[in-house]
Write a protein that binds this ligand. Structure first.
Ligand code: 6GU
Length: 237
């Protein structure tokens, strides 16, 4: 799977990209990540990528030309067309279901915003999918793009060893429950014992216990998930 990330701050990604799981996935040729600084697609003398908003108001707006032309040139860098994603707080909220849809693509082009946002014509021309990682405001789309890459590569076949298969994760599986409690050695610590069933060797009993624990934990912490509603505020209303 190939990611192209368009950003004014490519250095933000270097530590993350060289880190273990993603590093291994890249070394093994399962994932490719290419960074592009769209400042290089700015024509003007001082390479400005932002400007003051028409109509006045605070902040700066990302200009249409460098963003659109960078996406067009980056599209031409690989044969398969990339699915264009704009990271913005105005986007559709990222869920595991959306992560699964993104992971089914062979190539994603992630466009990171900064400042007060993009010139609206970026949307009109590129028709991107717009994604937000939650209802709070970040200084830019870079951290959100890393969240997308991190969540998506877990689902790329071969990236995780099968001993830590993503099908066991919270939000995965048909029911999309939270994961229940886990234990490892020692059997007892400060008087707290590992539940007997986990030591029983009875795989069917263990499976049932885990399912029940997952359901209880989800009921207590995220009842909205059980109602099949992924917006907690909608669920309360
Ligand atoms: Cl994708 N960008 C920004 N700037 N803020 C956000 C976000 C994205 N998702 C949640 N908040």
């Amino acid at each position: 799977m190939r990611f192209d990330i368009l950003t004014l701050f490519p250095d933000i990604f270097s530590g993350y990209l060289s880190q273990s799981l993603l590093k291994k996935a890249q070394d093994r040729g399962l994932v490719q990540v290419h960074l592009h600084n769209f400042r290089h697609w700015s024509w003007d003398r001082d390479r400005r990528v932002d400007d003051r908003p028409y109509g006045g108001g605070p902040g700066m707006v990302l200009r249409v030309e460098p963003v659109v032309e960078c996406v067009e040139d980056v599209q031409a860098m690989a044969p398969e067309p990339g699915h264009v994603v704009l990271l913005t707080p105005q986007g559709e909220r990222l869920t595991q279901e959306l992560v699964e849809q993104l992971a089914s693509r062979r190539r994603l082009i992630l466009v990171c915003g900064r400042y007060e946002g993009f010139d609206e014509r970026v949307r009109q021309i590129l028709r991107p999918q717009e994604i937000s990682i939650g209802d709070y405001v970040l200084n830019g789309g870079e951290v959100a793009a890393m969240v997308v890459v991190d969540a998506v590569i877990r689902l790329v076949p071969g990236v995780l060893g099968d001993e830590d298969s993503s099908s066991q994760d919270s939000f995965s599986g048909p029911q999309r429950l939270l994961e229940g409690p886990q234990y490892t050695r020692p059997r007892e610590y400060r008087g707290l014992r590992v539940p007997e069933v986990l030591l029983s060797g009875d795989h069917e009993a263990i499976r049932r216990w885990r399912e029940e624990q997952a359901r209880k934990r989800t009921e207590k912490r995220r009842p909205d998930l059980l109602r099949g509603v992924d917006n907690p505020r909608e669920a309360e209303a």
